[in-house]
Design a binder for this molecule. Structure first.
Ligand SMILES: Nc1nc2c(ncn2[C@@H]2O[C@H](COP(=O)(O)OP(=O)(O)OP(=O)(O)O)[C@@H](O)[C@H]2O)c(=O)[nH]1
Length: 225
């Protein structure tokens, strides 16, 4: 039985920084973990990478050879990965099946966490290979600075949670950029009525029904256990 952690979240949300900090922490604690790069556009790492999708396919090659833009090329690379799970991934995983802890540093394209099934199939494949899988979703703390951003951040996290169906931890990154920590505290465990009233104040009256539906959804997601 192996263990795997998927590090996901929007572009620039500190996924690689998190992986690097986790690696340093494990080294200090004398624990072993291995980091896998799943981002075909990645360039530099400040941690050792034991597997790298760029050995299978790289974004630059796809852009050059197929003439696609960066987003289209990224999706092409990830679909190529999906089509080669049996070959590339299984071969690489052979060295890491027994009690090993793998951390997957994923790309930031939001499509991968909403409607493109590549990561979900990737997770299923890992489970099939007897890995216990969890996910960590990094979200820029700027999403906690006002109610509309908060709702949009929650929706982004939620779509990934629904898509992957994994044990899941959301982490706020870049807390140093929050000048007033009280602003964030307001959104750590907010009352639905507070959110609804804030949303209604911020948005035109024709959005009132939508606001109510969003807050009902929010309440279902975070509601009483
Ligand atoms: N202010 C601030 N910036 C940070 C922090 N951690 C990382 N950054 C910066 O945020 C930027 C993005 O960090 P990355 O770790 O590369 O983010 P990522 O999610 O891996 O990015 P992509 O791979 O492009 O999706 C970099 O310029 C980091 O130096 C932090 O705690 N505070």
């Amino acid at each position: 039985m192996g263990y795997a952690q998927l590090v996901i979240g929007p572009a620039g949300s500190c996924k690689s920084t998190y992986c690097s900090s986790l690696y340093e922490h494990c080294v200090a604690a004398r624990r072993t973990m291995h980091i896998v790069n799943l981002d075909p556009a990645a360039e530099n790492f400040d941690y050792p990478v034991v597997m790298d999708i760029r050995e299978l396919i790289s974004l630059d090659d796809v852009m050059e050879e197929l003439g696609l833009g960066p987003d289209g090329s990224l999706i092409y690379c990830m679909e190529h990965l999906e089509n080669n799970l049996d070959l590339w991934l299984d071969e690489e995983l052979q060295n890491y099946l027994d009690d090993d802890y793998l951390v997957f540093d994923c790309p930031g394209q939001i499509e991968l966490y909403s409607h493109v099934p590549v990561l979900r199939n990737f997770v299923e494949h890992l489970k099939h290979k007897k890995f216990n899988v969890c996910a960590v979703y990094l979200l820029d703390s700027q999403f906690m600075s006002d109610v509309t951003k908060f709702i949009s951040g929650c929706m982004a996290c939620l779509s990934a949670m629904v898509q992957l169906e994994l044990p899941y931890v959301n982490i706020l990154s870049k807390m140093d950029l929050v000048t007033n920590k009280k602003d964030v505290e307001e959104f750590l465990d907010p009352e639905p009525t507070f959110l609804l009233s804030e949303l209604n104040q911020r948005m035109a009256p024709q959005f009132a029904k939508l606001n109510k539906a969003l807050i009902e959804l929010y309440t279902i997601c975070v509601g009483p256990n």
